[in-house]
Design a protein around this ligand. Structure first.
Ligand SMILES: Nc1ncnc2c1ncn2[C@@H]1O[C@H](COP(=O)(O)OP(=O)(O)OP(=O)(O)O)[C@@H](O)[C@H]1O
Ligand SMILES: [Mg+2]
Length: 379
């Protein structure tokens, strides 16, 4: 019973929902590593809560009064990553107009969270290894060795051991990092947590929106519990938010859930069949993507126009042609950014937030996708 209370207190404080054996094992590990300075590697599929666990470790550690700085190693352009992490001296490179401290210096005494560590370029990995082993590093453009006291937590949804085999990730850094690994289990391995998480996300949605909600029938919860949440907690959270709004004050039954999930997976089958060149530069591929998006938009509008024409033709021949003129957007020009944003949203929804798959489908690099997600503020 004492053990139960211990978990509950920690979960309440850190907002980690779940009672399953698997999540308890994770919390147990978090509690045992938190008071130490040991670096930790957090692995697990997309959306399982790796960042939540990293924050929990920091909050339970003696460093909690200092900062935890989160760095998404995949989102920062390769050329800037080292100067962001380690800082730079004035004049170190074009544009370095003043000396700047890096995240390691800023996090001194606290924690640094290196998210998506698998995206770190190989030449930066050796510098990370050094800072991991001795706390030492040099600012870009400086020969002076600096030392900090920073606890390192890293996370990835990639298989680092395979990346080591294909020489994309340094073996020494991998062994150094993986000594303490926390594997956050996917939702399908802790189904009993689903109703608790669902309730939590529904309550959060209700707090933020002024809507009525009658809850779920028991078999609706069963359907939700048995659905394959490949985007894990993030996907369940998005689902909870939308069903609360879509239910429009009615009690949600199994049928409604199935319908919503079905519609959702239909969306996921969306695919553009237009040809796409491969082996091109990122910029070229991006440009191609935009053309492709514009093209398919044109196709959709043509189809819509045709459907409307057919529908209306039976009723009123004259009115139709005028109406159709009104709904013809063929000449309308949309801002490029808007088209790009829509495509990125669609790809992220299709792959349940899995950035690697979304980037592949969009045929842009994962780094470019990270940058654009940030730019467009897409979660
Ligand atoms: N145990 C939990 N209880 C409540 N909410 C959670 C829990 N775990 C994760 N979440 C929520 O789920 C979402 C995804 O979590 P998080 O960003 O930590 O996942 P992640 O593993 O880092 O995902 P990615 O691989 O895409 O970066 C967040 O909104 C987070 O608040
Ligand atoms: Mg994350």
């Amino acid at each position: 019973m004492v053990v139960m209370n211990k978990y509950k207190k920690i979960q309440d404080e850190l907002n980690i929902i779940g009672q399953s054996e698997k999540i308890r094992e994770v919390i147990e590990l978090v509690m045992s590593v938190a008071p130490t300075n040991i670096s930790v590697l957090i692995t697990g599929e997309s959306g399982v809560g790796k960042e939540v666990i990293a924050k929990a470790i920091h909050e339970l550690s003696p460093r909690r009064d200092k900062q935890m700085i989160s760095v998404n190693c995949g989102a920062i352009p390769e050329g800037l990553l080292e100067s962001e992490l380690f800082g730079h001296e004035k004049g170190a490179f074009t544009g370095a107009i003043a000396t700047k401290k890096g995240y390691f210096e800023l996090a001194d005494g606290g924690t640094i969270f290196l998210d998506e560590i698998g995206e770190t370029p190989i030449q930066t990995q050796v510098k990370l290894l050094r800072v991991l082993e001795s706390g030492e590093f040099m600012r870009v453009g400086s020969g002076e060795l600096r030392k900090v006291d920073v606890r390192i937590i890293a996370a990835t949804n990639r298989d680092l051991s395979r990346m080591v085999q294909s020489k994309q990730f340094r073996k020494d850094l991998y062994y150094r990092l993986k000594a303490i690994t926390i594997l956050v289990p996917p939702l399908r391995e802790r189904k009993e947590d689903i109703p608790l998480l669902l309730k939590h996300f529904v309550e959060e949605t209700l707090k933020e929106n002024n809507v009525q909600f009658q809850g779920f029938t028991d078999d609706a919860v069963e359907v939700i519990k048995n659905y394959n949440w490949s985007g894990n907690i993030r996907e369940l959270k998005n689902f909870a938010e939308s069903i609360v709004i879509l239910a429009a004050g009615k009690k949600v039954d199994a049928e409604m859930v199935r319908h919503h999930l079905h519609k959702y997976s239909d969306d996921q089958e969306f695919s553009t069949t237009l040809p796409m060149p491969v082996n091109t530069s990122v910029e070229r591929a991006e440009r191609e993507l935009i053309y492709k998006a514009l093209l398919s938009l044109g196709v959709e509008i043509r189809d819509m126009k045709e459907i409307l024409l057919n529908m209306n033709r039976n009723i009123h021949d004259q009115v139709i042609s005028e109406d159709v003129e009104d709904v013809s957007y063929q000449d309308e020009v949309q801002p490029m950014g808007e088209v790009e944003k829509q495509m990125i949203r669609k790809a992220m929804a299709k792959f349940n937030g899995n950035k690697r798959k979304a980037a592949q489908a969009l045929e842009i690099s994962e780094r470019t996708l990270y940058r654009k997600l940030k730019e467009y503020d897409i979660e």
